[in-house]
Design a protein around this ligand. Structure first.
Ligand code: DX5
Ligand code: ZN
Length: 214
């Protein structure tokens, strides 16, 4: 099943509660929350207090994407704040498997993310234990960047690897997803589609979601 995860990074931060309602009313399955620390990536964005406040006004599935160094220091606070899915970058964790265990122990689903320059080999020993793999289709740090088409091959390989292993694991893509690129990533095997600027930048959010869903 295709799930749409609009990224709050492109929302109006002065009206976050309304911005969450806008996308969930329009049929989005997830709310994608980009957490950046200014070190793993250049930007600084949302912390757990914001997630905690949003949890009070929404029952939606909160898909938290940690783009932070030392993700192990952040799991409990985001879980307590109301995250449903916590994804961290394999490039940022020394003990990735332990972080996955930590996320599950905190009661959340666990995702592992790969930058465009990171090979699938990095997660070979982890795919059996995660609920989702996030393939970045831009270099993380900013919204509104151009889709990196070379990642389609990686997504396709991941899809077949998971199938061969008989694993029921979601494949999420993030970065440069719009009505055109969504078709390509869906064909490659992705089923959770993050989109920031293509959804929040549209005058008709429901239409944008529908087009991305395909
Ligand atoms: C990028 C973030 C994305 C970003 C996507 O580092 O992880 O979630 O918001 O934005 P668009 O869809 O505009 O590329
Ligand atoms: Zn993201």
């Amino acid at each position: 099943m295709i799930k749409i995860a609009p990224s709050l990074l492109s929302a109006d931060f002065a009206h976050l509660a309304d911005e969450v309602k806008k996308i969930t009313d329009a049929g989005a399955e997830y709310v994608h929350i980009d957490v950046m620390d200014g070190t793993f990536v250049p930007n600084i964005t949302i912390g757990s207090p914001v997630v905690k406040s949003l949890r009070k006004v929404s029952d939606a599935v909160f898909d938290v994407h940690l783009m932070v160094e030392h993700p192990e220091t952040q799991i409990e606070s985001f879980a307590e704040a109301g995250a449903d899915i916590i994804t961290f970058h394999v490039e940022a964790a020394r003990h990735s498997h332990r972080v996955i265990q930590q996320i599950h122990a905190a009661g959340c689903k666990a995702g592992i993310a790969l930058n465009p320059g990171t090979s699938l080999a990095m997660i070979e020993e982890l795919v059996g234990d995660v609920d989702m793999v996030l393939c970045m289709t831009v270099n993380p740090g900013f919204g509104g960047q151009k889709f990196i088409a070379s990642q389609l091959e990686k997504i396709h390989m991941l899809y077949h690897n998971l199938k061969d292993l008989g694993l029921d694991c979601d494949i999420e893509v993030d970065g440069g997803i719009n009505a055109e690129t969504s078709k390509l990533v869906r064909e490659a095997g992705a089923n959770v589609l993050v989109a920031g600027s293509a959804i929040y930048g549209s005058d008709d959010v429901a239409k944008a979601i529908k087009e991305i869903r395909g």
